[in-house]
Design a protein. Structure first.
Lengths: 344, 344
């Protein structure tokens, strides 16, 4: 991020906070969102991201009011290591979708982005043409928090965007952290971006992600790189053919694209549309969404319940002591868990 | 399972229960296990599997006494769909290991075996020559329980087997359920058995399992099937080459074998030995075990904590009501989780 954009980001944050200290009328904001007002949308998201209880409560009230208007979008998860060209891809892809008449929201989920060094939606300037388009909405990732907290914010932001009329939601993640399962569980379609030449750049991608992908796209397929990209794509195609088919009945596709030459982009949207058609007709699309809702209920409850214990320093100390004993082979993990449970 | 073997299984269970009602001296049993006494080993496992608190306590006492003598084995997870030939493979593989001077314990983890129709160590008669070998110990899966409970029993049984001097532990799972992650988290090496012809039989294998495998072995590579097996193995080899390397620094291997012709079996053990050598020298072997212990502590605590809630019918009802609201889109999953947490 440049110093200038950092400063402008900070100014935005200050401006938002000022805005929030004025009176908040959830119903007003909800109405605004339903008319597609991006300022109202931003305000609601900021409320949900706030640490102040009154803000969160207002945010939840808005969300609850808008719930009947959510769900009518295609939710796409996009992952790939830093350097694969996610931002430029999202810009090309987003602009293509808008040219077809869609309204596109771009979100990010990546609590570990600082650690992994991935610049993930850090500033909007990386998507210049998309960010100024009135049919696009780009929301940088909230900077910190646990994976559970960040997942929740992204999930809720997505619902608000849907209520505001965005009918394609792109959720970006860097593919090296813990967040891919989260993205996979809140999207309909999972897109993995890769570079040609299955060498070092693979080091970054976590195992298990390839088998999650509904489509694997080789980026930067331009100039001298095109032949390499094509052969990489066909190698992956063969490999993915050996994967067990997913529950959706969908066979993962491979493709190549160039954001610079703007080639291959519309084919990827064709793949998504084919996926939606296939999974709508076999009913997977909606059953998957229902399962996802159940997944998030269980996950959220689990993580909040655990958090309520770990928030207590005395309890955290107990846990650490048990962990030490387990690591040193003085207690079995299960005996240590029994001991911890006896304290609860 | 034949009627005869079922009857004999029942007789065994009755005999064990009778045995247990006699006086139990944990120290005696521990001493017996340390001398390699298989009867003492069986007794301790049965204690741990019992539902009676006094039995479990005695079992835990034995385990605690033996803890310093555990860990000195190579732990191998073996998975594959029903029909892939797991039992015959394990028999050939186990006999080969014994011929090299090893002592082999075979366990199974599969809480869902009844549902999936996989016959998993259901009776020892499927491994006739191995089961009568004095250097082998085969323990059928405990019939029922939650995944958490079954994982715990398998994990603890493994430790007892190690104390009894078994230096290779094979843990079998059917590869279609929830238990592969559990097996992966309690073993050093993960072996995936597959049939040639990447077609229908893949339907059974869950996604994500291929990327867990340290070796993928095509079984039944005999007679007319040999050529097909070879070409399947090389296709998988190419595919797995495209996978991101695992944290162990190990590149997954592929091989073929025939349990009938007894070919390819020793090559698989060579692969395991190479793996152990590689991961010992880069320190992954021991750091992985430490991480696994931490994983089980967290998992066991988490699942026991949740269980303590779900055991209460009133609470289960509350959860079901929330789930219903979430499924019907009346509440967001996170708002529902908040509601549940407010009850705790």
């Amino acid at each position: 991020m440049t110093k200038k954009s950092k400063a402008s980001n900070i100014q935005q944050i200050i401006a938002r906070k000022k805005e929030l200290s004025k009176g908040i009328d959830p119903s007003d904001i909800s109405k605004g969102i339903l008319t597609g007002d991006k300022q109202a949308l931003s305000k609601a998201i900021t409320l949900l991201e706030s640490r102040k209880k009154t803000h969160i409560d207002s945010g939840q009230e808005i969300l609850q009011q808008l719930l009947p208007y959510t769900g009518k979008s295609i939710r796409i998860g996009i992952t790939g290591v830093p350097g694969v060209g996610k931002s430029t891809f999202i810009e090309s892809f987003g602009n293509h979708l808008i040219s077809l008449g869609h309204k596109v929201a771009v979100l990010a989920i990546d609590p570990s982005s600082e650690k992994s060094g991935g610049s993930i939606l850090g500033d909007k300037t990386r998507m210049e043409s998309l960010s100024v388009n009135e049919n696009a909405f780009i929301r940088p990732t909230s900077s910190s928090g646990s994976l559970g907290g960040v997942s929740r914010k992204t999930h809720e932001t997505m619902l608000l965007c849907e209520a505001a009329g965005f009918d394609v939601i792109l959720i970006e993640t860097v593919g090296v952290g813990q967040s891919e399962t989260a993205v996979h569980q809140m999207t309909d379609f999972f897109l993995l971006l890769m570079l040609a030449g299955a060498g070092d750049e693979l080091q970054g991608i976590k195992r298990g992600i390839m088998e999650m992908a509904d489509a694997l796209v080789i980026t930067k397929a331009d100039g001298d790189n095109k032949t390499k990209a094509k052969s990489a794509a066909s190698a992956y195609k063969m490999a993915m053919h050996l994967f067990p088919p997913s529950l959706s009945g969908w066979v993962s596709k491979t493709a190549i694209c160039s954001s610079i030459e703007n080639s291959g982009i519309h084919e990827i949207w064709d793949i998504v549309e084919e996926y939606v058609k296939t999974t709508t007709s076999n009913n997977y699309f909606s059953s998957n969404r229902t399962n996802q809702r159940e997944y998030w209920l269980r996950e959220a409850f689990k993580s909040q319940l655990l958090q309520s214990y770990f928030d207590d320093p005395a309890w955290q100390k107990r846990f650490d002591d048990c962990l030490e004993d387990v690591k040193n082979g003085l207690l079995t993990p299960h005996a240590a868990a029994d001991k911890l449970i006896s304290f609860t």
